[in-house]
Design a binder for this molecule. Structure first.
Ligand code: GLC
Length: 660
């Protein structure tokens, strides 16, 4: 009996043979023959990667071939429309699919309106980004969304037209081209789990059109919603209970995982997947190099499950990924899955999302800062940091969202804490409710039933700067600055792409203005979405200010990262240096190696020099971050919250080879 895999290959091949002449007839005359040949080669090499998930999703539909063919047509048409300049990038990226692993890559995120005002003005701020060393810029949602409440743009009313306040699609395309010319890759969101209820499709559904009602998940009574809800977890409990919202006009319960105005799309409908493939490739053809796949955990629903991270959610992503590789190979997908670490990892694959946020690292960095202990962080990283070698983590300290304690219970237990009470402690700590806390965050979406809650706040406020300035204590200010630099030091060096939440590089504080805004006051995430403070940024070269200190330290870290080969596509090796307050790891590439040492406590720490020598370090080492030669006789002394980047050259590599 042939194996299942072989069977799939045979089916895929047969299908391709049937499709080929039909595509040839429809499209070959529209393009240059040489280009057509190269497209066909690409389609052939990627066809099984497309066929397999489409078949897994819809193989039992009577009209499967029809839907597959329309998806392939959509991909082909998007390729035909692709601009010459982007095709050049496609060719380069096909040669180097893991381009984002380069140590040259340093990311930043911003809201266009809050950072610059609009697309044109964003172009004017290019020098600022270049001065810092940014090579990747994620613009928060820019497409049309409802006036008033719109979940920060994550309720999209139109995937083809941008928010008119920001400019036009043409201006966006121009800014993407300008940034690309300056070596900055643009990233945009693809909000693919839901649309706004103002989207044309939702309006048509509300008008009673069954084809558009089938784009969403709607139920005429509570029978199925009740059945589903038995296993669902509330995502935004402040907004509504359960996952459904009633629409009296059509007398239907609509699936709304997030806000009531965000309608979940129905990927069980192949026509919807085809449509969304077209929307995604539109983004790729704008010159977007990284597409952030929003809320991927929720894409598929099945009765009797919690409707998160289901296998078919992965199939849906595999279809998008294959479509991008065929039509626009310069494009890379990044997954946004803020779920259990084991599930986060499953989205990371060359055939799925090649990049992924690293929510576990983010949460554990804050955990280590609160507890002053790094055991949980080290154990978690040892177990879960390695991913598919062609892929990369996107490591961040803060983003536009809340901080959820998205680490696994096992690692909390390994560190000696009870997971439930530990998570509560962290929320209390970061919202300033714990005695001795330096932090000034706000609670986000507290669930009274489970006791779960998340935290909002800017890095600087969470790390103690706001409080220290209030009590006007220079020593506390110093500690807060060091904490901010420490966290960023880890994300810059640990492996993967660092992502700075713009504003953090100049230590911007919480913005409480949202509390007076009718549309925002109920969502505490707005406390960390302030307008960019350009006046503050003018002091970035002034070393006597916190903003100057933080900015210059981050700039120095970026320079270190991009200048040292120890950070270029290098492996990461976590080490236990025998001091629970200190987190440490090597970066190794061939003969290049660096040891990063991060003290998560406000007290000086020491590491036994013998231990360091066992790890292959010499007595005299250079801390490239501080620019200092250190001789560790008996012990290596580490200052409060100090980050050291020790150049270990070939000695560590040799020590490792000797051990092997
Ligand atoms: C993602 C976004 C978040 C948004 C949600 C719903 O998690 O990061 O801001 O609320 O998706 O789209």
């Amino acid at each position: 009996m042939p194996s299942l895999r072989l069977d799939l290959s045979v089916r895929s091949n047969t299908t391709l043979q049937r499709l080929r002449p039909r595509l040839e007839e429809r499209y070959a005359h529209r393009v240059d023959p040489g280009m057509w040949e190269s497209f066909k080669r690409r389609l052939e090499s990627q066809f099984e990667a497309l066929f397999a998930p489409v078949f897994a999703l819809y193989g039992d539909h009577y009209d499967f071939f029809f839907h597959l063919e329309t998806i392939v047509q959509t991909i082909t048409e998007a390729w035909i429309e692709r601009e010459g300049g982007l095709c050049g990038l496609d060719a380069l990226r096909e040669e180097d699919r893991s381009w984002f692993q380069s140590h040259r890559m340093v990311g930043a995120t911003c809201y266009v309106d809050l950072f610059a005002g609009g697309f044109k003005a964003l172009g004017d701020h290019l020098p600022y980004l270049k001065e810092l060393g940014i090579t990747y810029l994620h613009l928060m949602p820019i497409f049309r969304s409802p006036e008033g409440e719109d979940d920060g743009g994550y309720a999209v009313s139109d995937y083809r037209n941008v928010d008119p306040k920001l400019g036009t699609v043409e201006e966006l395309r121009e800014v993407a081209t300008l940034f690309r010319q300056h070596g900055i890759s643009l990233a945009l969101d693809f909000v693919l789990n839901h649309t706004a209820d103002e989207h044309e499709w939702a309006k048509r559904a509300l008008d009673g059109d069954p084809n558009f009602q089938a784009y969403y998940r709607m139920f005429p009574d509570r029978e199925l919603p009740d059945a589903y809800e038995r296993n669902l977890h509330d995502v935004f409990p402040d907004d509504h209970d359960g996952a459904f919202s009633y629409r009296p006009r059509i007398k239907q319960w609509v699936w709304t995982t997030f806000h009531t105005y965000q309608w979940d799309l129905n990927y069980a409908n192949p026509a919807l997947l085809r449509q969304m493939t077209e929307e995604m490739l539109f983004l790729a053809n704008l010159g977007v190099e990284v597409i952030r796949m929003d809320a991927v955990a929720f894409l598929w629903k099945e009765l009797g499950t919690d409707c998160q991270n289901l296998p078919h959610a992965h199939d849906v992503l595999r279809v998008f990924s294959a479509a991008a590789r065929i039509a626009a190979p310069a494009t890379t997908l990044k997954s946004e899955a803020i779920v259990h670490p084991d599930e986060v990892r499953k989205y990371i694959h060359m055939d799925e999302c090649q990049l992924s946020y690293n929510p576990q690292l983010m949460a554990l960095l804050w955990d280590a800062l609160a507890t002053r202990k790094t055991t949980g962080l080290r154990v978690a990283m040892e177990r879960r940091f390695q991913i598919d070698p062609g892929c990369a983590w996107v490591n961040y300290v803060r983003c536009h969202d809340d901080i959820g304690w998205a680490f696994s219970d096992e690692e909390v237990e390994a560190a000696g804490f009870d997971p439930r009470s530990h998570r509560r402690f962290l929320t209390k700590f970061y919202t300033g409710q714990h005695e001795g806390s330096f932090s000034r965050g706000l609670v986000f979406q507290e669930n009274p039933e489970t006791g779960d809650a998340r935290v909002s706040g800017m890095t600087a406020s969470l790390a103690g700067l706001e409080h220290a300035i209030e009590i006007d204590d220079p020593a506390e200010i110093e500690l807060a600055i060091r904490r901010i630099v420490l966290l960023h030091g880890v994300i810059m060096t640990i492996g993967g792409m660092p992502l700075i939440y713009l504003g953090d590089e100049i230590a911007m504080l919480n913005d409480y203005g949202f509390e007076d805004d009718r549309e925002k006051y109920a969502d505490s995430r707005w406390v960390h979405r302030p307008p960019f403070d350009w006046e503050r940024s003018e002091r970035r070269h002034d070393n006597s200010t916190p903003e100057g200190r933080v900015y210059q330290s981050l700039q120095r870290l970026i320079q270190l990262r991009t200048q040292s080969l120890a950070f270029d596509r290098a492996e990461t090796e976590f080490v236990d240096v025998g001091n629970e307050h200190v987190f440490a790891f090597f970066r190794n590439r061939d003969e290049h190696s660096a040891l990063i040492i991060a003290n998560f406590s406000e007290n000086p720490q020491s590491i036994s020099a013998k231990r360091l020598r066992n790890l292959g370090l010499r007595k005299t080492v250079v801390d490239t971050f501080k620019g200092e030669v250190i001789t560790a006789g008996h012990e290596l002394d580490v200052e409060p919250y100090q980050l050291m980047v020790l150049a270990t050259g070939s000695s560590h590599a040799a020590a490792r080879a000797a051990l092997d």
